[in-house]
Design a binder for this molecule. Sequence first.
Ligand SMILES: Nc1ncnc2c1ncn2[C@@H]1O[C@H](COP(=O)(O)OP(=O)(O)O)[C@@H](O)[C@H]1O
Ligand SMILES: [Mg+2]
Length: 248
Amino acid sequence: MTIEIKDINKSFKTHEKKITALSNINLSVNTGDFVCILGPSGCGKTTLLRLVGGLEKADSGEIFVDDQLITGPSRERGFIFQQYSLFPWLNVLDNVLFGLEINGHPKEENISRARQYLKAVGLEDAENLYPNELSGGMKQRVAIVRSLVNKSKTLLMDEPFSALDMQNRHKLQDELIRVWKKTNNTILFVTHDVDEAIFLADHIILMGKNPGHIKEFYNNQLPRPRKRESEEFINIQEKIIAILDNID
Ligand SMILES: Nc1ncnc2c1ncn2[C@@H]1O[C@H](COP(=O)(O)OP(=O)(O)O)[C@@H](O)[C@H]1O
Ligand SMILES: [Mg+2]
C-alpha cells in the first residue's frame, strides 16, 4: 500500500498548555517499502504512527492510503505495539485467529495460513501455549503473525522489540526482514535505536523534537544481508547520529 502524508500538524491540549506534537509533516511511502521513523523520545513518532493508523485525528493536513483519505482504523493497517497485546485467556493459535472468527471468515483456510506463518517465525510447536507461557520475543512473533493472518498489507510497528534483550531483538529483526520479503508488506517501523533502523530500513525518516518535525530523509542502500560490524554500517551509523545530534 502507498501512504501519502501531506502537511500534517498535530497538537495536544492539556489543562495548562498546548503541545505541538507534529509540525508540518510530509512523507511518501511506496508499496513494499520498509520505512523506519527514527528519533528521540517525545519527537512525535507514536503520534505519527497513530495518525496513519487512523487512531488519532490531525489538526490539519491529510493522509492517504492507496489514494484513499484515512478517516479511521482498518484491518488493512495492522498495529504492533511495544506492549504485547495478546489475550491472556486465549492460546497462541486462538490469539492469531481472534479477529477473524467473529467476522465469519472460513476457518480452515485461516488456520492453515496461521500455521504457515507461525512456522515461518519458529512458533510451529507453540500454538497451544498461553501468553503467560511465552517469552517477550515469542509474544511479539504472535502479534506479527496475527497481523499477517488478518491480511494487513501495511504493518505499523511502534518500538515492537524495544523491551527485548539484544539477542532476541536481533533474531526478531532477522525474522521480520524474512517475512517482509515474502509478503511484500509496507512497513512503518518506529524506533529510537539507530542500529535497528539501519539494520531494517531502506528509508529512514530522521525526526527532531520541540516541536516534532522531520529533519532528514536517509536513503539506506546498504546491501542485504546487513552486517552490524561492517565498515559501511558503522559509517552510516556515524552519519545518522551526527544528524540527530545536530541542534535544530
Ligand atoms: N494524548 C496525549 N495528550 C497530551 N500530550 C500528548 C499525548 N500524546 C502525546 N503527547 C505529547 O506529544 C509529544 C509527542 O509524543 P509521542 O508521539 O508519544 O512521541 P514519541 O513516540 O516520539 O516518544 C510529547 O510531547 C507527548 O508528551
Ligand atoms: Mg512512542
